[in-house]
Design a protein around this ligand. Structure first.
Ligand code: AMP
Ligand code: MG
Length: 426
């Protein structure tokens, strides 16, 4: 029996990252970026206005106030999408909209709210713009650069704006679009073969006869595979005989990795091992010091990693979360492959013997900025109900024993339980 940490190390040493493919950026949502992305231009490309207002020379409006406004002559109207034809000279302003490039001569923008339309008397007849007031009262002085978005203040030409290994979210897609990249290299999605084993299993559509149960693991495992961004390939149910197991496993070799469930308990495993050996498989380990999930087996068949998860539904799901998930994420090229653990306080004591790492299904609550973890009733490795109710797994290290209420523990989130709640979070 090896530790969880040692098992993880052995597994990851056998996992290779898959190759890449080019996809349109919207199809890249949730995929892992396969290249560093450099910007090919500054953003913003030029100095522009951050406000609707007036582009001015700060020298002209020194000490301007509500009581003593400075009146400037409006020489042009500049909407977003156009460049100014004129430059701003002493005593002049250009009406400017958010996003329009700064006109020459101006060194600040005064927002509309700090101005008022003005009559400008004695101006030459060409001073006013048709349909516009000819002048503007400025009520506030400004500093050079006020309300200007500087060229390159977001990022500069040549900057690496996205890094290889990042998971692509809407923000990354927005960035790719902003720099004019309609396509991007992402890692291939791993195909993971899923095999259930057991004479007792029937398909979901069947009514189980006495002694039989529905194969639920294939569904739960396939869903876990999908949640990692990989593609499950269903191999169905292999009966507990050499021939059937061999046939199904061989088909599984068309995938990038095989995940089976069942047939790894003491006794059973000799037969599975025989089949695997016959297929040229090299076993790396069998049995991990964890609860649930102890009889986990891992080997390599024809260069493909193969996980033999325990048959009990919770054992298989928990072992998947600890080992198969990081392995799949490594295949996808993801940089950070381990789930973050959070600290929480226990609301109830937990009984434990030293010698195995325990993963306890628990509900999470947050009060005054503190997480509280409540172990759920029904921790049996076949009990799905508590798995459904669980927001997280409490992780109790191998060497600790009974643990008291109010103790600090680490919790590993399951699904979105730690991310969502029944009321707004502010
Ligand atoms: P095994 O590891 O094959 O001895 O299975 C351990 C327990 O898990 C037994 O009670 C099995 O019936 C159950 N089990 C095995 N495979 C599945 C499966 N695919 N779906 C649901 N339960 C299973
Ligand atoms: Mg079995």
């Amino acid at each position: 029996m090896i530790s969880v940490e040692a098992a993880l190390e052995i597994i990851l040493s056998e996992i290779k990252t898959l190759g890449m493919e080019r996809v349109d950026i919207l199809s890249a949502l949730g995929r892992v970026l396969g290249e560093d992305i450099a910007a090919a231009a500054d953003n913003p490309p030029w100095d522009n206005s951050a406000m609707d207002g007036y582009a001015v020379r700060t020298a002209d409006i020194k000490e301007a106030s509500k009581e003593k406004p400075v009146i400037l002559q409006i020489i042009e109207d500049l909407p977003a999408g156009y460049t100014a034809k004129k430059s701003v000279k002493k005593g002049e302003a250009i009406r400017i909209m958010t996003g329009a490039p700064m006109p020459m001569g101006a060194d600040a923008v005064v927002m509309v709210e700090e101005t008022e339309k003005a009559e400008v008397k004695g101006l030459p007849s060409n001073a006013s713009i048709e349909g516009q007031e000819s002048g503007v009262k400025i009520f506030k002085e400004a500093k050079t650069g006020d309300n200007i978005r500087r060229a390159g203040e977001d990022f500069k030409n040549g900057d690496i704006v996205l890094t290889k290994g990042a998971t692509i979210r809407p923000a990354e897609i927005g960035m790719l679009a902003a720099i004019g990249k309609p396509n991007v290299y992402v890692h291939q999605r791993p195909k993971i073969a899923v095999l259930a084993t057991g004479d007792e299993l029937v398909e979901i559509e069947e009514t189980p006869a006495n002694g039989k149960i529905i194969n639920s693991n294939s569904y739960a495992i396939s869903a876990q595979i999908k949640a990692c961004g990989a593609i499950p390939v269903q191999l169905g149910i292999a009966r507990d005989n050499k021939k059937d197991l061999e046939k199904k496993l061989e088909f599984g070799l068309t995938a990038d990795c095989i995940v089976s469930s069942g047939g790894v308990s003491v006794g059973d495993f000799d037969f599975v091992k025989d089949v695997l050996k016959g297929m040229g498989s090299e076993m790396r380990f069998w049995k991990v010091a964890m609860k649930p999930g102890k009889p986990l087996a891992f080997g390599v068949i024809a260069n493909k990693p193969a996980f033999g998860l325990p048959g009990n539904p919770i054992s298989s799901m928990v072992a998947f979360e600890q080992f198969v998930r990081p392995a799949i994420l490594k295949m996808t090229g993801k940089k950070d492959i381990f789930k973050r653990a959070f600290e929480a306080l226990l609301t109830k004591p937990i009984k434990k013997k030293s010698g195995r790492m325990h993963f306890v299904r628990a509900a999470i609550e947050q009060k005054n900025g503190q997480f509280y973890a409540t172990p759920l009733e029904g921790q049996g490795s076949g009990m799905l109900r508590s798995m459904v109710k669980a927001d997280c797994l409490i992780i109790l290290p191998e060497n600790i024993q009974d643990i008291e209420k109010d103790c600090k523990v680490k919790v590993q989130p399951l699904g979105e339980g730690l991310l969502y709640q029944d009321k707004p979070g502010y």
